[in-house]
Design a protein around this ligand. Structure first.
Ligand SMILES: Nc1ncnc2c1ncn2[C@@H]1O[C@H](COP(=O)(O)OP(=O)(O)OP(=O)(O)O)[C@@H](O)[C@H]1O
Ligand SMILES: [Mg+2]
Length: 607
């Protein structure tokens, strides 16, 4: 079991522990090698010593033993062998003759851990003739040599192990004190999450601070890097701020433009989305970025295929007067696509301009042009009819003068005069209608304008079975108006009412009623003339009531209504500083209220 403290220490000081491990392994190997070498030297020395002793025995006793064997003097031989056996490490002695028969021996023979040396026994007789007598074998015991070897091994291993552990522990402490604790401090300093730490330079708690060693060099390098980083960060912050300002400025420019501006990449993904685009689609910039422009601008009236091919083909495209319905209203846009290439990327800028006002003005001009032509035609016709009508009235007058009131001729002539006068009134209305629309505002009687408008429409109204109910007092204050324009307003409203009544009641019906009323009215203490035109026709559904004043809004079949009548009427009344209001209840009634201010120069009542 490894104690927990050691494990923790190992975890906290992995580098020092690894160094310690390698030092231990290396020093153990060195210790083992050195020990082995030492043992080998000692062993060899001991063997040499025994070898030397044996050869000394041979030198010292060889002659005496040869003589003893020559003389067959057993006593002398045993005396000599007894002297030799007493010598240290000598275990066994043996003399054999030439026939290898044992002549004499002493000691106990052993086969293990022994050194055996055999020497020839030679004798030279008195005539100088050499004789070979046999051999003398000396067996020396190596037990003591091995014992010494074991003791030495044990001593060396113990001492070397203790030394190795002490040295390694010391190395561990030194590494920890001089290196690894500083490395930990550096790592801790560098791994702080907030960059604020860069403000304080790194400092190590070292005893010898002046030492310009590797650690000091690392600290200096980190502090230099720290200063570089601080400068880099402040420069980067500055650049980022400038970039943000520039981006905000460009965004501001793009957003302050009334146009809808959308930047897309070649795949049609949105890269720029200004406020105009947000207002048109209701999709915020954050939601739009990265999404397909074809989905975002999807609208049945959008020329999506042309837009797509212009973006993909990098071609300029311009489409004018594209009508889109926005919240139930028709809005016209000019769409332009400009190819865009930057760096190695391609894309396009889509610009959409709301041109509803321009289209409205164009339509109004066309409308006015039509009215002018109708007016010219009416003037021509009126002029041609005027003279014969006067003649008819004059001739009828003559017949009336020539006959008594009770006569049938008188009655017929009276009726001819009455119808003739009606024709004259219509003709005079047609003539006033044909007058220039830009005629200046003058004091005018609303009653007259209404009567002229009715003169133009009454016959048709009655023919279609509508009951006209009017309440128009003869004495009313004058207004200051362009009579022709106000007449156009009344005609528009009456036409709308007549259309709604005919739709609800195609034939005759007691409720097919058109009411026209004229009254004085006070608004915030200011005097106005209030004209109310109310019909009991189809009425207007609540969900479209707010849109009927918008240009081009119509529920009439194509080719019948332009949707301009009420918007022009509203514009005319506002240009007269008046108020225009429509109330309606579907399937019940529609009431148009017009308030026109009195003529400030001539407020007296007209009769
Ligand atoms: N009296 C009314 N009763 C029912 N609906 C009406 C009435 N007046 C106006 N509207 C509705 O308002 C719409 C707009 O009227 P406006 O006069 O502007 O255009 P229009 O009548 O459709 O076209 P134009 O005036 O060119 O004939 C009409 O299409 C109709 O739906
Ligand atoms: Mg109309």
């Amino acid at each position: 079991m490894v104690p927990l403290g050691i494990l923790r220490y190992k975890k906290e000081n992995p580098l020092a522990c690894r160094v310690l491990f390698y030092v231990l392994v290396f020093s153990s190997c060195v210790t083992l090698a050195a020990t082995a070498w030492q043992l080998y030297i000692n062993f060899k020395k001991d063997l040499d010593y025994i070898e030397k002793r044996i050869s000394q025995i041979k030198e010292g006793y060889g002659q005496g033993l040869s003589l003893g064997v020559w003389d067959l003097d057993t006593k002398q031989i045993h005396t000599l062998l007894g002297g030799i056996i007493e010598l240290p490490d000598i275990q066994y002695l043996e003399i054999r003759d030439t026939a290898d028969e044992i002549v004499a021996f002493l000691g106990t023979p052993k086969e293990q851990k022994v050194m055996i040396r055999a020497y020839p026994l030679d004798f030279i007789d008195s005539q100088g003739i050499p004789h070979h007598l046999g051999k003398f074998a000396i067996t020396a015991s190596l037990v003591s040599v091995y014992q010494r070897l074991n003791e030495t091994v044990f001593q060396i291993l113990i001492s070397q192990t203790i030394k190795t552990f002490l040295v390694s522990g010391f190395i561990l402490l030194v590494i920890r004190h001089f290196i690894t604790r500083h490395l930990s401090a550096i790592a801790q300093y560098m791994s702080q999450e907030k960059l604020g730490y860069l403000e304080t330079p790194i400092q190590l708690s070292r005893t010898f601070e002046s030492n310009k060693d590797e650690l000091e060099l690392v600290v200096c390098a980190i502090n230099r890097m720290r200063k570089g980083l601080i400068q880099y960060i402040s420069e980067r912050d500055l650049t980022e701020e400038k970039l943000n300002n520039t981006r905000n400025y460009i965004d501001g420019i793009i957003n302050s433009m009334p146009s809808i501006l959308v930047g897309v990449c070649s795949k049609g993904r949105v890269t720029q989305w200004n406020d105009g685009a947000q207002t048109l689609t209701g999709v915020s910039k954050r939601e739009a970025l990265g999404r397909s422009v074809y989905t975002l601008l999807a609208n049945s009236d959008m020329p999506m295929e042309s837009i797509k091919s212009a973006i993909i083909g990098q071609q300029f495209l311009k489409k004018t007067n594209i009508s889109l319905s926005k919240e139930g209203q028709v809005v016209f846009y000019d769409i332009a696509i400009y190819p865009l290439s930057f760096s190695d990327q391609r894309g396009a800028v889509i610009r959409m301009d709301n041109v509803t006002e321009r289209v409205k003005i164009e339509e109004i001009m066309i409308h006015n042009e039509k009215m002018h032509s109708v007016g010219m035609l009416a003037a021509g016709v009126a002029h041609e009819i005027n003279n014969p009508t006067n003649s008819v009235i004059n001739l009828a007058q003559i017949i009336m003068n020539d006959n008594t009131k009770e006569s049938q001729e008188y009655d017929i002539a009276r009726r001819i005069t009455k119808e003739g006068e009606r024709i004259a009134r219509i003709v005079s209305s047609l003539l006033s209608f044909s007058r220039n629309a830009r005629e200046e505002k003058k004091s005018a009687r609303v009653q007259d304008i209404l009567v002229e408008a009715l003169a133009l429409t009454e016959a048709q109204i009655c023919k279609e079975g509508t009951k006209l109910v009017y309440d128009i007092p003869n004495r009313l204050p004058l207004i200051r108006a362009n009579a022709q324009q106000i007449q156009q307003v009344f005609l528009n409203i009456i036409n709308n009412s007549q259309f709604a009544l005919n739709k609800k009641y195609p034939g005759f019906h007691p409720d097919k009623i058109l009411e026209i009323q004229c009254r004085e009215h006070l608004i915030h203490g200011k005097q106005f003339l209030r004209i109310v035109i109310k019909d009991h026709g189809t009425g207007i559904a609540q969900n479209i009531l707010a849109k009927v004043n918008s240009p081009f809004f119509t529920t009439k079949p194509p080719g019948i209504g332009t949707g301009l009548g009420l918007s022009i009427s509203c514009g005319i009344i506002e240009s007269h500083r008046g108020f225009f209001n429509i109330e309606s209840h579907e399937n019940n009634y529609t009431r148009v209220t017009i308030d026109l201010p009195y003529d400030p120069n001539n407020p007296k009542r007209s009769s």
